[in-house]
Unconditional design. Structure first.
Length: 196
């Protein structure tokens, strides 16, 4: 599994993170069908891998247009939060428009003598859209906007929800960016000490 698929800590941020830097270039992970299927599985949007390339192609054809539109919406939401600390009227209108187009069904799941209601889209695209919009709502209900951050490594464009107790997380991943940045800072200090 590609390590960036779930680093965001929330489905909608993971979707925004499908545009990433790879070898110094901005790359769209969803353009690679294998990445797209793996991303859907890693983020709980597929319960099992398609049986073959043709099934994967059909499934992606049904879901990718919605994912691309949602990704733009997610990127806009991140931008809004960074700029204003809240979603803009435009982003809220875009979310409402997506919701109006969804066919949702409800079912119950029995649990400990009770039950819970589960709402999900009827088609794969509707299920995906509903899950992403629900993720935005859940994140904003449980985390302040300043906890949604961009990785501090200068060559990284990934975002994440800082769920740390201290609220001081700086990197999308310590392994990917934190160690690289710390190594760069260490070498810069050593170079300065040696007068180079």
């Amino acid at each position: 599994m590609h390590r960036t698929m779930t680093l965001g800590g929330a489905l909608w941020i993971n979707l925004a993170n499908t545009v990433m830097m790879r070898d110094g270039k901005r790359t769209d992970g969803l353009e690679d069908p294998r990445f797209a299927v793996e991303w859907l599985m890693s983020n709980g949007l597929l319960t099992e891998a398609p049986e073959d390339k043709h099934a994967a192609g059909r499934m992606l054809a049904a879901v990718l247009p919605a994912l691309m539109r949602l990704r733009d919406l997610c990127a806009g939401a991140i931008s809004d939060l960074k700029r204003n600390g809240r979603l803009s009227d435009r982003t809220c209108a875009d979310i409402a428009e997506v919701l109006r187009g969804l066919e949702i069904e409800a079912r119950m799941e029995r649990r400990d003598g009770g039950f819970r209601l589960i709402h999900e889209g009827r088609s794969p695209a509707d299920r995906t859209s509903h899950a992403v919009i629900q993720s935005i709502a859940d994140t904003l209900a449980s985390h302040s906007p300043d906890r949604i951050r961009k990785c501090e490594h200068p060559s990284c464009i990934l975002h994440f929800v800082d769920t740390s107790k201290s609220g001081r997380r700086r990197w999308c991943s310590m392994e990917l960016c934190g160690n690289r940045q710390k190594a760069a800072e260490y070498y810069a200090r050593q170079k300065k000490k040696s007068g180079g």
